[in-house]
Design a protein around this ligand. Structure first.
Ligand code: ADP
Length: 260
């Protein structure tokens, strides 16, 4: 039924795309993009789904580096952009459309226009799922994206640190305001296992995301350790799920992909 309440206003569905899942975080630097990339690759390669990845983090697009993509997208005759594909995932990112190192200094409405083009002006084809790497934070931009893209659900990434969890709670409230179901919380950088003595260190605290999930009655999707490999893989553009499928983190990402 149609609602005039601004908070519930919804955008149009994107034809051909069954589900759109956002990967969100309350604050930056917690591993949201890393999670989005590995989740998308796991959904495509482990769950055999047709997957797209939209980098909505327009101010700091990191998907081109993490997915080893370069060059401007080609366009179809009806001027739709053709997504760049790697590891079985079709990707679109502002990082492919602007010069490298060019600062992106846009105001809110321009960002939303650009995002609309990146979501709807793209020849995605038939997708089972489009994973959206959200901009960090829980402000107006995130609210607008959630509404306009008609998200099927959202995954919240947090470290076990109190301050990140506080922001994750805000994220959870934001999604519930716009009726987007939260698929669960994933804890990133949960534990560091020393490569020399293999003892675990809980650098950012222990079990915080699980406690927060229980407190908010959300599903706990699992944890990803801090590994040097995750960082080097991001920098080299080969996700862990591809480069080290037997690693603890790749298994963690695959578990999450199977749960959602
Ligand atoms: P966000 O999208 O939340 O800003 P990123 O995914 O860009 O965060 O990650 C920030 C940095 O942390 C990147 O350099 C990435 O390689 C690194 N990183 C993310 N998760 C892990 C992890 N589990 N172990 C090691 N490094 C990580």
């Amino acid at each position: 039924s149609f609602s005039f309440s601004a908070g519930k206003a919804k955008g149009l569905q994107i034809p051909g795309i069954k589900d759109i899942i956002a990967v969100a975080s309350g604050k930056g630097g917690v591993g949201k993009s890393t999670t989005a990339v590995n989740l998308a690759v796991a959904l495509a390669n482990r769950c055999q789904l047709a997957v797209g990845l939209l980098d909505a983090d327009v101010y700091g697009p990191s998907i081109p580096t993490m997915m080893k993509l370069h060059g401007k997208p080609e366009t179809t005759q009806d001027l739709k952009m053709i997504p760049k594909e790697n590891y079985g995932v079709k990707c679109m990112s502002m990082g492919l459309l602007v010069e490298k190192d060019a600062p992106i200094v846009w105001r809110g409405p321009m960002v939303m226009n650009a995002l609309e083009k990146m979501a709807r002006g793209v020849e995605w084809g038939e997708l089972d799922v489009l994973v959206v790497d959200m901009p960090p934070g829980t402000g107006d931009a995130q609210l607008t994206i959630s509404q306009r893209l008609q998200l099927s659900g959202a995954i919240i990434v947090s470290t076990p640190q109190d301050i990140a969890l506080l922001d994750a709670r805000r994220g959870a409230h934001m999604f519930s305001k716009v009726d987007v179901p939260i698929l669960g919380i994933i804890e990133n950088m949960s534990c560091f296992r020393c490569p020399h003595c293999s003892k675990p260190s809980f650098i950012f605290g222990k079990g915080g995301a699980r406690r927060t999930a229980v407190e908010l009655s959300l599903e706990y999707l699992g944890d990803i350790p801090i590994e040097v490999g995750i960082r080097t893989c991001c920098d080299e553009g080969v996700p862990m799920v591809i480069s080290s499928p037997e690693s603890a983190s790749a298994k963690g990402y695959t578990d999450v992909a199977q749960k959602v």
